[in-house]
Design a protein around this ligand. Structure first.
Ligand code: NAD
Ligand code: DAU
Length: 332
């Protein structure tokens, strides 16, 4: 029975991981989260108070981190600024949280001798051509495109250096695009579902042929737990569930599942530097750690996600109008 410190545990995937830990282990969790616009208190309500406590604070606050880390067996580090479009408008918070914040946590883990698991993204590898049969592996060189992905690549490199130079007991996982409940309406799938629910048309960037490799957040959580439990110290594991789909296909799926014409969307201004395709080869995680995704059927997972947004308007509605106004100002 461990005491885990989960940074960013009030966000989309962090809160999913907290619920996953409560359901599948005997561990207890401290959530450390600064509750930015992306966090949700509601995502943590109703959890067993004898096993979950929440601390509000910034991962870049060294004094706080030093005090909070004491008594924990492991840090699982999700906290980050996560939206590419925001990083193109205002990169500074991405450098502060993703780089300085990760550095601050690593230094505390070094002092306390705490096991560290770093959550990262497939975007550190840059992108692939649409007709390239290749997929990303653990040895693909870093080639990030956006301020967001550059800061995530930088944070991965900090973790690797702290393992080699200071002996920090760390692992890293790089996952593909997540979907599921509790994702902020700024992100692609929730934005399109809630557009349909509010009577607007889904918005497709550019030609929409860009490919993302979708995985349900529950499967990301089980992959992270596998690495935390059985991963080799110093190693990187890629997490993905063979879910490659073009953005155009995903919008058509959403429209069809919501009873609308699959062509009832509009093309909007493309994202600057927009990565063309991501694809993960998760062979190492599957063979070395015996991990398998549970959501083999993307459409079934998407249908359940649509149901969740239909039933949780109270969660997403407060952020919807301002999010759409920000997009509209950029022609998106
Ligand atoms: P999110 O934006 O939904 O949540 C991020 C959380 O971090 C929020 O609760 C926020 O309040 C918190 N946070 C931000 N800055 C903080 C700070 N300085 N101090 C403390 N807390 C802070 O993000 P998400 O989509 O759940 O992503 C979580 C992690 O997973 C990130 O590291 C991201 O890079 C990685 N990741 C995400 C995806 C994806 O598809 N969403 C895929 C692969 C990897
Ligand atoms: O690959 C993992 C990454 O996935 C994570 O590291 C990031 O934190 C997460 O935000 C996500 O990044 P993307 O940029 O791929 O996700 P986003 O939801 O912003 O966009 C998905 C795709 O959809 C991308 O090709 C851009 C496109 N898009 C997005 C929006 C918001 C649209 O076509 N229309 C939209 O309205």
């Amino acid at each position: 029975m461990r005491q885990l410190l989960v940074t960013g545990g009030a966000g989309f995937i962090g809160s999913n991981f907290v619920r996953h830990v409560l359901e599948h282990t005997e561990d207890s969790v401290t959530v450390l989260d600064s509750f930015t616009y992306a966090a949700s208190e509601a995502a943590l309500t109703g959890l067993d108070p004898t096993r979950v406590q929440v601390v509000r604070g910034d991962i870049a606050d060294a004094t706080l981190i030093d005090a909070v880390l004491a008594g924990h067996d492991a840090v699982v580090h999700f906290a980050a600024e996560t939206h590419n479009d925001n990083s193109l408008v205002s990169p500074a918070p991405f450098l502060q949280t993703n780089l300085v914040g990760t550095y601050t946590l690593l230094e505390a883990a070094r002092r306390h001798g705490t096991r560290f698991h770093h959550i990262s993204t497939d975007e550190v590898f840059g992108d692939l051509e649409l007709d390239d049969p290749a997929r990303f592996t653990e040895s693909t060189p870093f080639n990030p495109s956006s301020p967001y992905s550059a800061t995530k690549a930088g944070s991965d490199l900090l973790v690797r250096a702290w393992v080699r130079s200071f002996g920090v007991q760390a692992t890293i996982s790089n996952c593909s695009n997540n979907y599921g409940p509790w994702q902020h309406v700024e992100k692609f799938i929730p934005r399109q579902i809630t557009n349909v629910l509010t009577g607007s048309r889904p918005k497709l960037y550019g030609d929409g042929l860009h490919v993302r490799d979708w995985i349900h957040a529950d499967d990301h959580s089980s992959g992270v737990l596998a690495v935390l439990d059985r991963g080799q110290i110093g190693a990187t594991y890629l997490i993905g569930a063979d879910g490659e789909r073009s953005n155009r296909q995903v919008i058509a799926d959403i429209l069809r599942l919501m009873g609308r014409d699959p062509d009832d969307f509009e093309h909007v201004t493309d994202r600057t530097g927009h990565d063309r395709r991501y694809a993960i080869d998760a062979t190492r995680l599957r063979t070395e750690l015996g991990w398998q995704p549970r959501y083999a059927d993307f459409e079934a997972g998407l249908a359940a996600t649509i149901d969740w947004y239909q039933e949780h308007e109270d969660v997403w509605r407060p952020a919807k109008e301002a999010t759409e106004a920000t997009y509209a100002a950029k022609g998106q």
